[in-house]
Design a protein around this ligand. Structure first.
Ligand code: ZN
Length: 340
């Protein structure tokens, strides 16, 4: 898991974001919002009509239909909102760590919270407005996932095209290596966050690891100068891994996130709702997980670094979990875990 320690996110900004329909949307996005909302309201209205039709057909001949009255008027928009909420929860769950800008997911979580909080007792007009809000935010997330997948596919294609071919025997030596791939920049543009420090007086549980349980890797720190902490045995194994990695690839293993403390997990849960790991269950909270940089051409699926890590990491106890692999339940080429 990564991109979830949104430590700079506050409840206030989340509330603002929910009210504004996504505070981090770009100006261009805001410009499109009216059109998106119109389209979403049309879709929601269509769903409501369909739901009404289904319900009417199913209920025909029953006594309930005859006494529906105002409740029947409410049932359509409420059912439409429930359907939109259910679909949005699915999108929110399946998009975890699959968007460049977490703000769109945070906005959706906020809108969902509002919708679920207000649904009971809301007027038909308000129910439709809430459903439209959910649909707009859900679409933004779906679009963000599609955009990132397209960018990653393009990066893979470019990396494959740039990969030098093995020269035929007797062929002249290839020219100097091509210049650094300009596509090798992170695709992440979400909120800034950093790795956590040990918890003074921590009880040793997930996210509450005391200084005595953790040690920092020796060769790198995060952009704020904070050491990267892991459980001591995991650090020792990663030191050995890095020595071999450096010998094979000519540079140290880069890190982006390691230990994540409980408070940061709580902030994430507050910001993202049920889609975030329950505080106290993150694999980063045990000091046994690392994220390498989200740089597709440096550490991506087709990179030499990933090939080396997948092939050799297990010798040092570090693995790419099945769920994080291509075809896994939540592909994350940057996430590795220490299994001893
Ligand atoms: Zn991770």
């Amino acid at each position: 898991m990564r991109r979830v320690a949104v430590s700079v996110l506050t409840a206030a900004s989340l509330a603002l974001g929910a009210a504004a329909g996504g505070w981090a949307w770009t100006a261009e996005r805001r410009g499109d919002e009216a059109a998106l909302r119109d389209a979403a309201e049309s879709r929601v209205a269509a769903v409501a009509l369909a739901v009404d039709a289904d319900r009417s057909a199913a209920a025909a001949g029953t006594a309930l239909l005859g006494t529906a009255g105002a409740a029947a008027v409410q049932a359509g928009p409420r059912a439409a909102l429930d359907a939109a909420v259910a679909q949005a929860h699915g999108t929110l769950g399946s998009s975890a760590e699959r968007v460049d800008d977490e703000a769109v997911r945070e906005a959706l979580a906020g809108v969902l919270g509002t919708a679920e909080g207000e649904a009971d007792g809301a007027s038909a007009v308000r129910l439709r407005a809430l459903a439209a809000d959910v649909a707009v935010a859900e679409r933004a997330v779906a679009e963000a996932v599609a955009a990132r997948e397209a960018a990653q596919a393009a990066a893979r294609a470019q990396a494959a095209a740039a990969r030098p071919r093995t020269p035929a025997p007797g062929a002249p030596a290839p020219a100097a290596a091509p210049a650094a791939d300009r596509s090798c920049v992170t695709t992440y543009s979400g909120p800034a966050f950093w790795t956590s420090v040990p918890t003074e007086g921590g009880d040793g549980s997930n996210g509450r690891l005391p200084p005595s349980a953790l040690s920092a890797v020796s060769w790198t720190r995060d952009s704020q100068g904070t050491p990267f902490y892991l459980r001591q045995d995991a650090t020792a194994a990663l030191e050995r891994l890095n020595a071999a990695f450096r010998a094979a690839l000519g540079h140290d293993l880069a890190l982006d996130l390691t230990y994540r403390d409980y408070d940061t997990q709580v902030e994430m849960r507050a910001a993202l709702g049920a889609v975030a790991a329950v505080p106290g269950t993150s694999s980063h909270g045990t000091g046994l997980a690392i994220d390498v940089p989200e740089l597709p051409c440096a550490y991506g699926w087709d990179s030499a670094a990933r090939a080396w890590l997948v092939a050799n990491g297990p010798s040092y106890g570090w693995v790419s979990p099945t769920w994080a692999r291509q075809g896994g339940s939540n592909p994350e080429y940057w996430h590795y875990e220490y299994r001893g």
